[in-house]
Design a protein around this ligand. Structure first.
Ligand code: BJW
Length: 258
């Protein structure tokens, strides 16, 4: 029998958001697609199509071909610099501004478009920040308690830049496959998922863990779970409602002018 509660999914969702004290939005690469940033699995066109993204986005891949992986990130950084937040980012930011303390965005995206959209809501970036760098290996100088670790600012330009003192390489400040997420970020995201009234899952394939597990966590804790995506995802079964469409089109329809 058809579930009549969801006969008007937008009206129902807007009412739930209006009544909510905590809304969590989990975003993935599709969130930034309409800003012109290709999704993770689409970021491999042209020259890059011949490489395996799981290999490029891994420590093993970087150690094997540091120049290639560095160049891939430089190409993507240029795309992020040129991009602007889209109507979806802006709708979330505007709602956060009107409802201080109510919205947490948990993003898998390494771009900074949620941050640039503003609004003052809490943003947890699970997979790091593409515009930042850090050392590939622990700085040997830092092991000596009396000495400071090498400063990233002194890295010699190169592809990738290198430490003139200890030959350490710079790498992008993102979380690669096989690496642990920052424990505080993941715990914070899990807490919000387990305590929010509504979880919106926007523009993610739901293929990458542990982020993908947040939908089930929220649902089991009693949240209303809604997926927004133009295509089916691997976690559609966790949702009460799947809204088929894009982030920039649907988010303003949901959040403006609540
Ligand atoms: C639109 C749209 C529009 C298009 N509007 N939507 C449990 C089971 C099995 C494996 C594992 C497991 N737990 C951990 C693992 C291993 C691994 C993993 O998940 N592997 C899977 C492949 C199975 N996870 C890890 O390694 C994580 N670490 C970890 O768990 O450590 C402990 C551990 C290690 C090893 C084993 C066990 C435990 C780390 C994951 C780090 C992910 N990092 C990346 C790269 C970041 C840097 C970079 O960008 O280069 O993060 S991978 C990549 O995937 C990136 C993304 O954030 C992430 C998610 O992708 P996303 O956002 O979903 O993008 P797409 O491209 O997949 O999908 C786009 C979606 O948008 C599509 O659905 C479109 O339809 C949609 N769309 N236009 C709305 N306009």
């Amino acid at each position: 029998m058809k579930d009549r509660r969801y006969a008007h999914p937008f009206r129902d969702l807007r009412a739930r958001i209006r009544a909510a004290t905590s809304v969590c939005v989990l975003t993935g690469a599709g969130m930034s697609a309409e800003s012109g940033i290709p999704t993770f699995r689409d970021a491999h066109s042209g020259f890059w199509a011949r490489f395996d993204p799981m290999q490029l986005a891994s420590e093993e891949g970087f150690r094997a071909e540091p120049q290639r992986v560095w160049d891939w990130y430089e190409m993507r950084r240029e795309g992020v610099r040129a991009a602007e937040p889209n109507e979806g980012h802006r709708a979330l930011a505007a709602w956060a501004g009107r409802h201080p303390g109510c919205l947490t965005i948990v993003t898998q995206n390494v771009d900074d478009l949620h941050q640039r959209a503003g609004g003052g809501g809490r943003i947890i970036a699970l997979h790091g920040h593409i515009m930042e760098n850090r050392w590939l290996d622990p700085c040997p100088k830092a092991e000596d308690m009396m000495r400071r670790p090498c400063d990233i600012a002194v890295a010699e330009p190169g592809r990738p830049p290198k430490c003139p003192t200890c030959d350490n390489l710079l790498r992008p400040g993102v979380v690669w496959f096989g690496e642990s997420l920052d424990y505080r970020d993941l715990s914070a995201a899990e807490e919000v998922a387990a305590s929010c009234d509504v979880l919106l899952v926007v523009g993610t394939s739901g293929a990458v863990w542990p982020a993908a597990g947040l939908a089930a966590r929220a649902r089991h804790a009693g949240a209303h779970v809604v997926i927004i995506n133009p295509e089916p995802t691997e976690i559609d079964d966790e949702a009460h409602i799947v809204l088929t469409g894009t982030a920039a089109r649907l988010l303003p329809r949901i959040f403006d002018p609540l």
